[in-house]
Design a protein around this ligand. Structure first.
Ligand SMILES: [Zn+2]
Length: 442
């Protein structure tokens, strides 16, 4: 690793409301040593020229599924799923069941490459691989550390294959992290969703989370069927059930929250629980539109994730922008809120769940910096950055990705992983997994 890296001559966007036209960032070790409004005449072990490019904080994905990679190009057996439950039953629950240990590793490495290429430097992942559950988070930890990407990992506990499946792995992993902490990786306690976990399993998850001082990470009311199941079985909607079981709190993440009512929003607000919005996935699964803007107006912390659809946070941000304009029939909304979810709220979420202050270019902060190949065709400054962000940078490519002071990609060439080899191995393994899936479930 270089002792000092100077990124010079770039348009530096600090993430704290400042833009420097010909700025520079000096990295020393794993931290940002200094930020300059004018490129200084100083030396460094490594110099990166960011002329005609934008230097900004690495992006954060607040909800990902690394394990979903091999669904790409797969043709699930049987008729196409006609609703969300069938999407789970016919695709995801067959796919996760069919993953081998090697598949878990390759499925992670591919999107980690894509994180590097898209400047996504921190992710919160939600993992499932029931046939090789124990030790699976260790495989993901190794992959993230090799790639150089920061990650909060968890295993989704559910009763759908075996009662309390994943509880052992959740605790094992958190204990292992305590014994041997990672510079890049931390953990949460994952749960699949209300309709696949009994009260007993939720209570055990909460107990483990409290023991290790971490939050829970669960899908909430993604589809109307989750709400209906909860009201029918437990006589209360999903957020109320989770509240009664002690799951809410400022370090816990409720993913989606599409089918929730005002009283549930009030509970989320009161408990300061995190919500993560995944617009592309919601549109893909045809489950509905989250009231993300309304939740933000109420003061709920709403972040942005991809739900495994991709590792590209800029396109996800623009999807949120477009979706909420259409949904509200109002071209005045979402211009500030969509970037806010990505740039401000995801930063706050990582502060809470990982205990680190990334997502900002500031002296003393972790050196997670990206250089985006965007040469603005109109004046570019703090006052109009969002216009460039939504309409220009979203289509630009990332040139350089640095995490914790390590250069993971430079000049669009990934350095931390062997991309060709990973893609080749994954292309070999995926058809074997598809065959196992078809043999078991056709
Ligand atoms: Zn998800």
């Amino acid at each position: 690793m270089n002792k000092t890296i100077l990124i010079k001559n770039g348009r530096v966007v600090t993430g704290t409301g400042k833009v420097f036209e010909n700025g520079a960032v000096l990295i020393e070790g794993t931290k940002i040593k200094n930020v300059y409004s004018k490129t200084p005449a100083i030396k460094a072990d490594k110099v990166i020229d960011a002329k005609n490019k934008v230097v900004m904080p690495g992006l954060i994905c607040a909800h990902h599924h690394l394990y979903s990679t091999m669904a790409r190009g797969m043709c699930p057996p049987g008729a196409p799923a006609k609703n969300f439950m069938e999407v789970l039953q016919r695709l995801w629950w067959r796919l996760d069941y069919s993953l081998s240990r090697e598949d878990v590793l390759l499925s992670a490495l591919v999107p980690l490459v894509e994180c590097i290429k898209n400047g996504t430097t921190t992710i919160i992942d939600h993992h499932a691989s029931p046939s090789c559950r124990d030790g699976s988070l260790e495989i993901l930890r190794g992959a993230c550390e090799d790639a150089g990407i920061r990650a909060s990992l968890c295993y989704e506990v559910s009763d759908r294959n075996v009662k309390g499946g994943g509880l052992f792995e959740s605790e094992r992993f958190l204990a292992e992290l305590q014994r041997s902490p990672s510079e890049l990786v931390t953990g949460l306690v994952g749960l699949h969703a209300s309709f696949t976990v009994s009260d007993d399993s939720v209570k055990q998850c909460v107990k483990i989370a409290n023991k290790y001082g971490v939050g829970c990470h669960i899908h909430v009311a993604e589809d109307k069927s989750d709400r209906e199941h909860c009201i029918k079985k437990y006589k209360v909607p999903v957020v109320k059930r989770l509240h009664k079981l002690g799951l809410l709190g400022k370090n816990s993440i409720l993913v989606h929250c599409i089918w929730i009512d005002d009283s549930e929003m009030a509970l989320i607000k009161k408990s300061d629980t995190i919500v993560v919005h995944n617009p592309e996935s919601n549109m893909n699964n045809a489950v509905g539109v989250s009231k993300a803007l309304k939740m933000m107006q109420k003061g709920i912390l709403v972040g942005l994730g991809t739900d495994g659809m991709s590792s590209d946070m800029l396109s996800q941000m623009r999807c949120a922008y477009l979706l909420h304009r259409l949904d509200n029939h109002d071209p005045r909304v979402a211009f500030c809120e969509a970037p806010q979810m990505l740039l401000e709220n995801n930063r706050e979420i990582i502060k809470r769940v990982m205990g680190i202050d990334v997502g900002v270019i500031e002296k003393g902060k972790p050196a997670d910096v990206i250089v985006v190949d965007y040469n603005p065709p109109t004046p570019f400054g703090a006052d109009n950055f969002l216009g460039h962000f939504i309409f220009g940078m979203v289509d630009a490519t990332v040139d350089t990705t640095i995490v914790n002071g390590r250069i993971l990609m430079e000049g669009k060439k990934v350095k931390s992983l062997n991309v060709e080899k990973i893609m080749e191995r994954c292309r070999e393994s995926a058809p074997k997994m598809w065959k196992r899936l078809r043999e078991r479930f056709a």
